[in-house]
Design a protein around this ligand. Structure first.
Ligand code: ACO
Ligand code: ZN
Length: 395
């Protein structure tokens, strides 16, 4: 059946289905949030039973495919929902995602807006993770079989997700993990950091991405977890190491990104863990002998946290440093990319442009005022407890 359809008609068809789904979802959102079954006359084999997020993903893939002028053979391949089905590099993917975000005019703008609207609708309302029941914030494209569940139950150690408490209990009896997989690279007091290689622990990496997307608005969910390292922050006790938050990092970044996504799970937010994770990402950059910057765009909360961190780190140095200091020197000392230093100091109105040069003007009283406004310092990274060597491709 599929071979007889052209890409436009498949797309139009799916657009309609998505609209139907979205409308029905929105209508019942505050009631039972039950997703209706789709009844499809043609291509039933493919479409029946698929719920909203499946349709959205198909729609999204179709938009991508139209741009990439891929063939219908590839279309049929994507129905299988293989995560890595689009054979693009991460860089190409990002380019496309950016084009979708920025270049509305080049695209089918209506489809794009529709996609954006729909993916704002949450599919999973709550999750259970360890001791916490957490209300989710955003849509996350869980595999289709999970999209009739309003609540998902996560194993807090391997991050497998299940549809019922009973299934989770059965899983817990079999699951022997008591901490994230990978290497423990930091332990200070009750705080631990584990480094997880997405290539060695693919399922864990993908589960983490599904989980994280529930709290991340405009980050793309990358399935090619092979290319990433995940740094999992845990609070440890006699029951195990419980995930508090994480950040991901590309193994190789052309753009000198030292952090791709950062998340503190909602029950742990506003306690200084976010700034700890940010500080940790810069400590890794220092060990690599590189400067780093977070992947853009930053969310509002991400920007607030980064601004707070950058302000505190830079102004602490400026306060102590009696002689002139350049942005390059600040960057070498902190591993913060020069652009971020410049923008932070400019936002604080501490930069003047004199004789063709940027000059930092740091009145101690002004610095104190800014430091006070920058919030608390966050939990400290005890660098002597970090045992880590930069990633090297094996083989
Ligand atoms: N309201 C106002 N300010 C806030 C809030 C809030 N709800 N949350 C954080 N901040 C600001 C404050 O300045 C805070 O410092 P303060 O508490 O000393 O005033 C600072 O950000 C950071 O606070 P932390 O406690 O260190 O950070 P937290 O553990 O809450 O984590 C994070 C911050 C990771 C951004 C968290 O809010 C989060 O996970 N948000 C959802 C996911 C997200 O948006 N991630 C960033 C995406 S961008 C990227 O990934 C590159
Ligand atoms: Zn498990």
């Amino acid at each position: 059946m599929l071979e007889q359809l052209d890409l436009d008609s498949v797309e139009t068809y799916i657009d309609e289905k998505v609209e139907d789904k979205a409308t029905s979802l929105k209508m019942t959102r505050h009631q039972k949030r039950k997703i209706d079954e789709t009844h499809v006359k043609s291509i039933e084999g493919l479409m029946s039973g698929l719920c909203l997020s499946s349709l959205i993903l198909i729609q999204w893939r179709l938009i991508l495919m139209k741009r990439w002028r891929t063939s219908l053979e590839e279309v049929s391949y994507t129905w299988s929902f293989q995560a890595t089905s689009l054979k693009m590099t991460r860089h190409q993917k990002r380019k496309i995602d950016e084009t979708h975000v920025k270049g509305h005019e080049e695209l089918d703008a209506a489809s794009l807006r529709e996609h954006e609207e729909i993916t704002k609708v949450k599919n999973i309302a709550t999750i259970e993770l360890g001791r916490y029941e957490i209300e989710t914030w955003y849509f996350s494209p869980f595999p289709p079989e999970y999209n009739d569940s309003l609540k998902l139950y996560f194993c807090e150690f391997c991050l497998n997700f299940l549809k019922s408490k009973e299934q989770l209990q059965r899983h817990t009896k079999k699951c022997d993990l008591k901490h994230p997989p990978g290497d423990e690279i930091y332990r200070s007091g009750t705080l631990s950091m584990f480094e997880v290689d997405g290539k060695k622990n693919k399922v864990y990496g993908q589960n983490l991405c599904y989980l994280a997307k529930l709290f991340l608005d405009h980050k793309t969910l990358y399935y090619d977890v092979d290319l990433f390292l995940f740094y999992i922050l845990c609070e440890c006790d006699d029951r195990g190491c419980h995930m508090v938050g994480y950040f991901s990092k590309e193994k190789h970044s052309e753009e000198s990104y030292n952090l791709a996504c950062i998340l503190t799970l909602p029950p742990y937010q506003r306690k200084g863990y976010g700034k700890f994770l940010i500080a940790f990402s810069y400590e890794l950059s220092k060990k690599e002998g590189k400067v780093g910057t977070p992947e853009k765009p930053l969310s509002d909360l991400g920007l607030l946290s980064y601004r707070g961190y950058w302000t505190r780190v830079l102004l602490d140095i400026l306060k102590k440093h009696k002689s002139n200091i350049s942005i390059k020197e600040l960057s070498d000392m902190t591993a913060i990319k020069a652009d971020d230093i410049l923008s932070t100091l400019q936002t604080l109105d501490l930069i003047q442009y004199r004789k063709g040069q940027h000059v930092i003007c740091a009145d101690p009283k002004v610095l104190d005022r800014h430091l006070k406004a920058a919030g608390r310092g966050g939990l400290e990274v005890n660098v002597s407890k970090l045992i880590w060597t930069p990633y090297k491709e094996q083989g």
